[in-house]
Structures are given as structure tokens and as C-alpha cells.
Ligand binder design. Structure first.
Ligand code: GKR
Ligand code: MG
Length: 433
């Protein structure tokens, strides 16, 4: 008798407390900086430090949710506006969260920036939803269709070290130099031995295209069975892109962003044998209609930071399926909160057709989360069990990386400016060839 009266009363009390206590009471935005090797791309070279942001959202009942996104002073300002707009909101109200953030941000901001700001908070809200319900983020997104998410080996041309600069000594790294096909194959061998990747992407746009085709041929020779991709980040004209496509026919599973713009990509796609992929000309929902009309790309690289969070990325998968487009995932220099979020959404997206990109082999040793959960085995990461994202913040590490950010006085990523410190005549005008 006693038990039956006590139990319903306690259950009601918990339900009421949950509704109130899942309101956002506190948001902490922590800019961090972590080390990065001198990786080359079409617009310069990576600086010794990457600027990124860790977002912590807390609710009335003391739950904590994590988000991560790219940094820069304007991003920090926009995150602060977004954080103010969503205080007091339930973490389950992510649709309203998106609306409030959009209303609060400067109307002149691009839809891309709006999506990036919302995404950081949406991931943290989903993390808390998971902690509150004892579910993983992938379960909240509809459940997993795969237990492990495959990634590709992301190769870069690179210098042996960050050269000495302004009295700062040179900074070397364990990967060494990769400035020719042999160096690229060496890098691939090491990355595949350590992580077990089963496909390979080469960041191009660094050397004249014929040289990069040689690197692709060398990779094909060394790894006869692994799918290959080449991404010059729009470094080539339409004509050059067509020529590269003809030279790499039968070698590439896709060619990524050879040339700028939907029209140019459409012209290349019309004659290329392989699919064209993008994370540059289709980066928000309003680009899709025109891209489909022009048949500009056949594969979209989703990215929850670009596409407005995990639910919208899952929706992107459905749209890709609708139009018969392939889906892969884009990466930028990142740490484990972003990787965990990416793994959850990739696991819950049936239409993911290609292994995802990740910079983690280059940056993961800097991580702000406690080790053990995110491991590459045979090129894949097992979906964290949760609850939520299933990762835990290492506060000591966060404090160190924040201090590093403060000392570096960083404002924005500048691959071109950094390159010009060593090669003053360098320009980032694209297409270059
Ligand atoms: O890290 O230099 C880099 C990449 O070029 C990155 O900035 C790109 O956004 O990885 C990206 C891509 O696939 O284009
Ligand atoms: Mg790309």
C-alpha cells in the first residue's frame, strides 16, 4: 500500500523536475588552439596552430552537453549572440533554438555562418538529450544503420617542418616531408598501417596538375585495390579539370572540387567519367536545386558544421537519395567532439555512400576529450555507446589549449598569409592552372 502511493508520487515529481531542469542555464564558449603540421593546400599552408572552439551547455539539473566548431573572432562573436538567444530554452526545443539563433544573428550574415553557429549548440543540446534519456546521439537521430563508420586516409603534401620564424625555432613533426609521389606514398603507407584506412584522398591544388596525377598513379601502384580521390579545392580551370579527369579515368572513385562554381563543375561533369564531389559549391540547401538542374556534382560531402547540425545533415542524406546523389563527409582540422558528432550522424544516415574525410590523424593527439572512445580500427570508428555523444571533456587539456590560444593571440585562419611569410610572391588566386 505504502509502496504504491510513494511510487506514482515520486515518478510525477521526477517528470516535473525534468521538464524544468532541462532548460539551458549556462553556456561556456572556450576558444582553443592546438598544434598542426605544415600541410599544403591550394591557398597556402596550415599554420602551426589551429584555432577552434569548445562549447559547453549546462542545464538546470546539472547536465552538460558539448559542441565544437571552427574558430575566428567573428565566429566567437556570433556564438556569443547565439548563446544569449537560447538561454532558458529546453534542450529538446532545437527547432525553436534554430529560429531564435537566426533571429538574433546579424541579418547580413550568410546562411553558412548561421548554420555553423546553430550546429555547435544543436550538437550540445543533443548530447544533453542523450544524457537525460540514457540514449546515444545516433539513437536520437533514428538509430544506427552501421556500427562502425569508415574513414579515408587524408593525405597532404607537406613540408618536413614549420620553418623558423621571427625567432621561433623550427617545429618538426613525426610525419616528415611529402613533396613528391614517393613522399605521398610513404605518408599513405604509414597512415594506413596505423589506422587501417581502406580508401585514400589526396589534397591537391598544390603542384601543377601533371605532378599530382603522378602522385595518384604512384598511389594506384602502391595500393592497387584502394579507392582514390583527388581534391584540388578549385585550383583548375574547366579545361584543365577536363584534362585531369581524362588522365585519371579508371583511377579515381571521385574527383572533388576541381573547378569553381556550379556552372564550371557542370561543364566538367558532362565529360568526366568519374563522379564529381564537392564541399565547396554545394554547401547549403539552397544550392541543391541549381546543382541538380546543371548536374554539377554527383556526390555531396556533408558536414554538420556547414549544414546546420546533425538533424539537417541527416536530412541532406535523404535529399541526396532523392536525387540519386552520393553522400560523403567533409572535414577540417578538428578534435574529438566533432569526430564523435560526425560518427553518430554518419551511423544514422542510411544513404552515406562513401568513407568520410577526417583530419584526426593530423590533430587527434591534441584532443580535449579523454582517450579511449574514438579509435580507428581497420579505418573505421565504432559508434560511441553514449549516452549522448559518449565522450568526456578533459578539463586540464582544455585549460592548456585555451592558454595556448590566449598566448597565440589568434584571430582567424590564414593559410595564405602564413605561406607568404616564406614565399612572399605567393598568391591564392584560383583557379591557378
Ligand atoms: O585542411 O587544408 C585543409 C583542407 O583543404 C580543408 O581546408 C578543406 O576544407 O578538407 C577540406 C576539403 O575537403 O576541401
Ligand atoms: Mg574538399
Amino acid at each position: 500500500m505504502k509502496t504504491s502511493t510513494i511510487l506514482p508520487a515520486a515518478a510525477t515529481a521526477t517528470a516535473t523536475a525534468t521538464a524544468t531542469d532541462l532548460k539551458i542555464t549556462e553556456i561556456t564558449i572556450t576558444p582553443i588552439a592546438f598544434s598542426d603540421p605544415p600541410l599544403l593546400n591550394a591557398v597556402g599552408v596550415h599554420e602551426p596552430l589551429v584555432h577552434r572552439v569548445v562549447i559547453e551547455v549546462r542545464t538546470g539539473n546539472g547536465l552538460l552537453g558539448l559542441g565544437e566548431c571552427a574558430g575566428g573572432q567573428s565566429r566567437l562573436d556570433n556564438l556569443a549572440v547565439g548563446a544569449n538567444a537560447i538561454k532558458g530554452l529546453s534542450v529538446f526545443d532545437t527547432s525553436l533554438m534554430e529560429q531564435l539563433i537566426n533571429e538574433a544573428l546579424d541579418p547580413a550574415l550568410s546562411s553558412f555562418e548561421r548554420a555553423a553557429v546553430f550546429s555547435a549548440f544543436e550538437v550540445a543540446a543533443l548530447d544533453i538529450q542523450g544524457h537525460a534519456t540514457g540514449r546515444s546521439v545516433s539513437e536520437l537521430l533514428g538509430g544506427t544503420v552501421r556500427d562502425e563508420v569508415p574513414f579515408s586516409a587524408y593525405l597532404f603534401y607537406k613540408w618536413a617542418e614549420h620553418p623558423e620564424l621571427d625567432g621561433r625555432p623550427a617545429i618538426s613533426d613525426e610525419w616528415g616531408e611529402a613533396m613528391d609521389p614517393e613522399g605521398i606514398v610513404r605518408q599513405a603507407r604509414r597512415m594506413i598501417a596505423e589506422y587501417g584506412f581502406k580508401s585514400i584522398k589526396l589534397k591537391g591544388g598544390v603542384f601543377p596538375p601533371a605532378q599530382e596525377i603522378e602522385a595518384i598513379r604512384a598511389l594506384r601502384g602502391a595500393f592497387p585495390d584502394l579507392p582514390l580521390r583527388l581534391d584540388p579545392n578549385t585550383a583548375w580551370t574547366v579545361e584543365t579539370s577536363k584534362w585531369v579527369a581524362s588522365q585519371t579515368e579508371g583511377l579515381l572513385e571521385y574527383l572533388e572540387d576541381p573547378t569553381p562554381g556550379l556552372e564550371g563543375m557542370g561543364q566538367v561533369a558532362a565529360s568526366a567519367a568519374m563522379p564529381l564531389a564537392t564541399n565547396m559549391c554545394v554547401v547549403s540547401f539552397d544550392h541543391i536545386k541549381r546543382s541538380v538542374e546543371l548536374d554539377s556534382v554527383q556526390v555531396i560531402l556533408g558536414d554538420h558544421h556547414y549544414w546546420g547540425g546533425l538533424r539537417h545533415t541527416r536530412e541532406l542524406g535523404t535529399i541526396c537519395q532523392t536525387f540519386g546523389l552520393g553522400l560523403s563527409m567533409h572535414s577540417n582540422s578538428h578534435l574529438g567532439i566533432s569526430l564523435a558528432a560526425m560518427v553518430h550522424v554518419a551511423a544514422a544516415t542510411p544513404s552515406l555512400t562513401y568513407a568520410c574525410d577526417t583530419h584526426y590523424p593530423w590533430n587527434g593527439h591534441n584532443d580535449v576529450i579523454k582517450p579511449g572512445v574514438l579509435r580507428f580500427v581497420d579505418g573505421s570508428v565504432r559508434v560511441p555507446a553514449g549516452p549522448g555523444l559518449g565522450v568526456e571533456l578533459d578539463r586540464e587539456r582544455l585549460a592548456e589549449l585555451h592558454l595556448q590560444y590566449l598566448e597565440a593571440k589568434m584571430t582567424a585562419r590564414d593559410d595564405t598569409g602564413y605561406m607568404q611569410r616564406f614565399v612572399p610572391e605567393y598568391t591564392a588566386d584560383l583557379p591557378r592552372w
